[in-house]
Design a protein around this ligand. Structure first.
Ligand SMILES: NC(=O)c1ccc[n+]([C@@H]2O[C@H](COP(=O)([O-])OP(=O)(O)OC[C@H]3O[C@@H](n4cnc5c(N)ncnc54)[C@H](OP(=O)(O)O)[C@@H]3O)[C@@H](O)[C@H]2O)c1
Length: 246
């Protein structure tokens, strides 16, 4: 594999991750597809190789098994130059309010697990003094809403983590970009009735992410108008906010 241009997709079964992967593959990047069931990723791997004339590999990436996942990452030689972390679990907010097990899975998948994986990768990049990390957080982390505040809390933590990591690695020629999508049509949201006017396709998100990566942006909202939507939501006084059913 070409050492200079290999991207690791964590959560490679995600439509968003795949769309981003295709943007990179279109520019000649080889791909490592990290998923909970690497075998199931084989047809996607083959399709990417043929369609984009690149090399692709599959590896285990399950943040419920961090030791195995980190070992699999560290066994990749040469190490990938970049990673897109698209791991996420929306979960069931109502269930999580009554069953700590559901809350724990939401928190672990969206925060602890991503931190474990990115810590390991960040240390590799720091040693190599080269590379980048693109972390997919969410607008849900900008303000806790009653409808999904456990997921939102994990994403808020992830956003703060990425900010600190960016600051640490900036001195080591490693770039960290935070992506905050609003609504996106994916498997995660397929059961939800989303307002079409503010909902993006994974392909639109991928174009935004790739363009921002090329410009070296630190934090992006996608689509762009979510920056302004969240500014308004963050500006609502707590006294009023608690009366809303957002
Ligand atoms: N869709 C939206 O509206 C939206 C909005 C804001 C942010 N996001 C974020 O965007 C990212 C991509 O999500 P998506 O919308 O494309 O939904 P998705 O298809 O559900 O993708 C989630 C990904 O996370 C993986 N995953 C779940 N648990 C995991 C674990 N324990 N270890 C490793 N991987 C695990 C899933 O793998 P499996 O296939 O094995 O389940 C899948 O690849 C996520 O971080 C999500 O939180 C989505």
């Amino acid at each position: 594999m070409n050492t200079q241009k290999t991207l690791y997709l964590a959560g490679a079964t995600s439509d968003m991750a795949l769309a981003i992967g295709r943007e990179f593959a279109g520019q000649g990047w080889n791909l490592i597809l990290g998923g909970r069931d690497p075998q199931a990723l084989e047809p996607i791997r083959t399709d990417l190789e043929i369609r984009h004339n690149i090399q692709a590999k599959t590896v285990l990436c399950d943040v419920a098994q961090p030791e195995k996942t980190i070992a699999a990452l560290e066994a990749i030689h040469p190490a990938p130059q970049g990673m897109v972390c698209a791991i996420g679990y929306l979960g069931d907010q109502k269930k999580a309010e009554h069953h700590w097990e559901e809350a724990a899975i939401i928190l672990h998948t969206n925060f602890n697990g991503c931190v474990a994986l990115l810590n390991a990768f960040a240390n590799q990049l720091e040693l190599n003094r080269n590379g980048f990390i693109i972390g997919i957080s969410s607008v849900a982390g900008d303000r806790g809403r009653q409808s999904n505040y456990i997921y939102g809390a994990a994403k808020a933590g992830f956003t703060a983590y990425l900010s600190g990591l960016r600051s640490r690695l900036a001195k080591k020629n490693v770039h960290v970009m935070t992506v905050k999508p609003g609504f996106v049509y994916t498997r995660m949201t397929e059961a939800m009735k989303l307002p079409a006017i503010v909902t993006a396709t994974p392909e639109q998100v991928a174009k935004d992410v790739f363009a921002a990566y090329q410009k070296g942006k630190d934090v992006i909202y996608t689509r762009w108008f979510w920056r302004w939507i969240m500014l308004i939501i963050r500006s609502i006084p707590e006294k009023l906010f608690k009366k809303l059913s957002l």
